[in-house]
Design a protein around this ligand. Sequence first.
Ligand code: SF4
Ligand code: SF4
Length: 339
Amino acid sequence: MVKTPIDLQNKLFYHPDKLIEFFKTGNTTPVTWELDPTNRCNHNCIGCYAAGAGGRTNDDSLNWDQAKNYVDQVYDLGAKAINLTGGGDPMVNKITPRLIEYIRSLGMDVGMITNGTIFTDKSIDIVVKNCTWVRVSMDGGTPHVYTSIRKVPERHFYLALKNLEKLAKRRDELGTNLTVGSGFLTSELTTPTLVQYAELCKKAGIDYIQVRPFHGDYTIPYNIEETLALQDDNFKVYYSKNKYDKGYKKQYPKCLAQTLSGVINVHSVYLCCHFRGIETKKLGDLREKNLLEIWAGRRRQNILEELNLDKCIAHCRLDLVNRQLDELVNYPSEHKNFI
Ligand code: SF4
Ligand code: SF4
């Protein structure tokens, strides 16, 4: 049923235990947690996703004991996977490779989103042996555009590409199942380099690129068909077409999807990834309460009750999951016992 890694809505049905609990009680605990090991980053992107959300308002990082403790709590709440992301760049925190091994040793899946410029041969091997997927954000098909967005020297462009190539090569050498991908945000500045970027990624031997817009830019990339035509059995282009629908408005009355996908930005737990660093959407601080207390706490319920979905990003990360859950909860099938 799941066709691509970005078809989030179909993945729901692989977690019947969580769905049953959710239908019975109106609540459950996340299948996946995003965990930010640090708010620091070696890049300084225009429109930094994390900074835009408020998630880089401080330089906090986790030490080993804190990170292990938070991962243990996530595991105890029945999570199946952790996505290491930001915040800042996960690889800026030196404990991240060890954390990847630790998460995997507990039997949870690990994924990571990174700018891909801080890898060593040793950390690449740890990623290759332990992660389900890694995605390197690039947003530019030439050094000039890349550096215009990221405000770093041009050598970072080549470094990110080289590391993508190394990840794919080591994956093949070690025979693991790591999926290696790269992300590209389209805009007036970046779109002219989209095809070039896709060709470079394909040449690097990675599995896919993901194409979606910078928040608030709905211009359909004029060269998307040319980019899609580069696909073959080994290289895919995941084009988030729905995110270019400018007129889209959420039709569902509540955000149910946040129940299945949690966010820990260093020490703080937030309602969803788009509210990282936003004090009014902070569910709690793990230095003050444990994760279960925060998750089951009154503050989370109050925030959910007061949430105005008109103020949320229209095409938020969990929008398709929300649409699916809304169908199931608010529009149940008639004669549901006749299949
Ligand atoms: S790499 Fe990510 S966290 Fe770092 S500045 Fe860019 S968008 Fe922000
Ligand atoms: S942005 Fe999306 S996931 Fe976040 S609270 Fe709003 S509807 Fe839910």
